[in-house]
Design a protein around this ligand. Structure first.
Ligand code: GLU
Length: 467
């Protein structure tokens, strides 16, 4: 059987961490088996669904690389089809019109509660044979006894006594189909045979199975993934950090890191933490979806991101750094920033960077010229001292006299300066670093000077000596 999975977001906001993880699992399930991954936008709540939210969700999926197969299905465009199925159910005797008022239904529920039973609609209209009419809803004629059971891919066997389930409403009195009905019809029509979703939907599933059965349709395989918690073990919320996946794009996370980290929120393969996209596809197995809530851990996400930054192609990272220079420092800074210098610098930043903005911060001294380089005052006071200046002057003299400017020649110059005075490397390294970058943080001093180039390096040491 070809696996057909889907992601069915309600476009009422951005794609949050939990939604993205659900989408990723469904996508992995399909890609692992060479199946299909479909996308359905559940935009029936016209008040809360917006085009902006649809775009935000699509952008986030694109960023994560969760490409879907075929056209997007919009649930709102399928109301006629939903109603057609409801009519079929009525015709076949699996659904009926009900004219009970809200007050009546509330009273039934109250009565059941008072008698210690599960509150539910009492089926008053089941056998009335009512016709369509104003203020009438359509209800499913659900089985009164027996059990509705299925084997959840994540939670294992689940069984609900049918007597606990209402004759649920399929069509509201305003003619609109209800959520459970629409989901079942859409999943069936789209050929979906695997439904992975958040466990906030687990109570809908037995009800949806009743609709499948009433229609004589094949019931898909269901899996419900547990929710994501914050480090304090409470439901993940804004105060635990950003909830929108695209916030992490803005914070300079790589999409492969986001996918890797999201996958580990609920899925495991031994104790492996790092997975490439292809590895996840190859190894994905719903048997390894965990049944207890996962905890969102920003530190770990950062660590995963640092790993993927190390692995990333420097050209691609350079494009990202240039893009972030534009975002953070403005278009002008981006336009005048020498890309070749950034490209030369990036491999030296990769081993330690946790996210792109940190690389931008370290790239700043490299994208301006000596005259406009900002100097960190504290660093200058601490390191460009009267004791350090003669050393810097000596470095300058030697560099001026030698045009080679290679890693070896730079090392020889610095060693020469230090050996003559029997000084340790660190006495020179920090003053020299502050002199050429204006800061105390940069890659190795030789790499730093090499990326800057001879002219810039000399000009900067001269500027520092004038301080
Ligand atoms: N639209 C639902 C949601 O966003 C998902 C429904 C489903 O996956 O069946 O929660």
């Amino acid at each position: 059987m070809t696996i057909v999975s889907r992601f069915a977001p309600s476009p009422t906001g951005f794609l949050h961490i939990g939604g993205a993880r659900t989408a990723l699992f469904s996508w992995l399930l399909a890609r692992h088996s060479g199946g299909k991954f479909l996308l359905r936008v559940e935009d029936t709540d016209r008040e809360r669904s917006t085009q902006e939210a649809i775009d935000a969700i699509l952008d986030a999926m694109k960023w994560l690389g969760l490409e879907h197969d075929g056209e997007i299905t919009y649930q709102s465009e399928r109301a006629d089809r939903h109603n057609e199925v409801i009519d079929q159910l009525i015709e076949a005797g699996h659904a009926y019109y009900c004219d009970c008022t809200k007050e009546q239904v509330d009273a039934m529920r109250e009565k059941a509660r008072a008698e210690g039973r599960k509150p539910k609609y009492d089926g008053s209209c089941r056998e009335k044979g009512l016709e369509a009419g104003p203020d009438r809803v359509v209800r499913l004629k659900a089985p009164l006894d027996g059990v509705t059971a299925y084997d959840d891919l994540v939670k294992g066997p689940i069984a609900v006594n049918n007597e606990e389930m209402d004759d649920m409403i399929l069509r509201r009195s305003d003619g609109s189909p209800t959520y459970n009905l629409a989901v079942v019809v859409d999943d069936h029509d789209m050929g979906v045979n695997h439904v992975l979703r958040g466990d906030d939907h687990v109570n809908n599933t037995p009800r949806q199975i009743l609709i499948y059965k009433a229609m004589g349709w094949e019931v898909p395989t269901f899996g419900h993934v547990p929710m994501i918690l914050g480090p304090d073990k409470k439901k993940l919320s804004k105060r635990h950090g950003a909830l929108s996946v695209m916030e992490y794009e803005k914070l300079g996370y790589l999409p492969e890191a986001a996918c890797n980290y999201l996958a580990r929120l609920g899925w495991s393969h031994g104790d492996q933490e790092i997975f490439s996209r292809q590895e996840m596809i190859d190894l994905f197995d719903t048997a390894n979806l965990g049944n207890s809530p996962s905890v969102f851990d920003l530190k770990k996400f950062e660590w995963v991101n640092a790993h993927w930054i190390k692995e990333a192609d420097p050209e691609r990272l350079t494009d990202m750094v240039m893009d972030f220079i534009g975002r953070e420092l403005g278009e002008e800074a981006a336009a005048s920033a020498p890309r070749d210098k950034v490209l030369a610098l990036v491999p030296h930043l990769q081993p330690r960077a946790k996210a792109i903005p940190e690389m931008v911060e370290q790239a700043r001294p490299f994208i301006v010229d000596a005259a406009s380089l900002p100097y960190d005052e504290k660093a200058v006071t601490k390191f460009i001292t009267e004791e350090a200046k003669p050393l810097l002057q000596d470095v300058l003299n030697r560099l001026e006299a030698d045009e080679t400017f290679t890693h070896d020649s730079l090392e020889a110059v610095c060693k020469g300066v230090l050996e003559e005075r029997e000084l340790k490397f660190k006495v020179l390294a920090q003053p020299l670093r502050v002199a050429v970058t204006g800061t105390t943080k940069s890659p190795s001093i030789y790499d730093t000077m090499l990326v800057l180039g001879r002219e810039e390096t000399l000009a900067r040491i001269r500027r520092a000596l004038d301080m």
